[in-house]
Write a protein that binds this ligand. Sequence first.
Ligand code: EPU
Length: 338
Amino acid sequence: MSIQHNVSLKEFNTFGIDAKATYFISVSNKEELIEALQLPQFSKYFVLGGGSNMLLTGDMETPVLHINSKGKEVVAVNMRGDTIVEIQAGENWHEFVLWCIDNNLGGVENLSLIPGNVGTSPIQNIGAYGVELKDVFEGCKAIDIETQEEKTFTLSACNFGYRNSIFKNEAKGKYIITSVFFRLTSKNHQLNTSYGAIQQELESNNITAPTIKDVSDAVIAIRQRKLPDPKEIGNSGSFFKNPVIPKAEFDILQQKHENVPHYVVSDTEIKVPAGWLIEQCGFKGQRFGDAGVHKNQALVLVNYGDAKGAEILALAKKIQETVLEKFNIAIEAEVNVI
Ligand code: EPU
């Protein structure tokens, strides 16, 4: 365990916001985590994983607890040939995906290049290109912050939904996830290539019988074209969730905008891409100082260098107000505003 004072968090959040942590405590295993939680001088913590889904709007007076545990392990192979792996919370998500591909383990290839760490992936049930974490999730271990006891969460206990889980609701702020178990295929991989952009990418590379690596490469190529690399331009991926609206309201929207993209959620509900709504309001590619809206995907807010969290937040609010005014649709932030 290490404890440092007055540490810049710029390298620890993908938005690249230069906020300072008064105390920065880094732990690299469960024992160190428990030890940190028992430190008498601190009564509460801000838990930091990969820092890929948060917007820091000021310095952190609350001690920052950085989860930096490493380890990837095959723990079982079941009768069907599925492989169960246990991955420590501090592992980088994309490095885990590449490790799976190198070891011929299928299931997470569509989730290539998502920023962040494995330990925080269940919190918002990360998802992309037709696959969500819940599709490969077997369970996770967590430490109860109050009692420091270990608890295991099964798939059903996590109540996964669209960018949602128990860790954003009843269990919010109560547990620190220490490792995640995934159920992956080691043969007869079930590829999910139904998402239009993946199909087009495979076709344009003349790939008719894709492997898990081909799907991963396709997703990487699509993301690199569309989404900014946080190492170059600070961002947190989608800043907003795609709103789900009643079918009756969608029908009115479609009468005015024939080509509105949408996904049918149920007989009564339709999901509309927030990126499309924001683009229609004219924000795509706009820059206000160092805060901006990405030129290829309006759902992504960016920090061109020295934007303050408050500037990004002000832009987000302006976008929300404009979308509400123009479409009467409320869009909600996906990123945690701290
Ligand atoms: N669109 C626009 N303008 C834009 C952006 C999108 O018109 O600026 C339209 C597109 O033309 C398309 C539709 O919106 O018809 C959907 O766009 P896209 O396929 O890019 O997906 P999305 O709904 O905008 C979601 C996820 C992304 C994920 C992609 C691919 C959410 C909030 N976002 O975006 O996740 O990569 O699907 O599966 O659900 C993230 O969460 O950080 C993230 C990047």
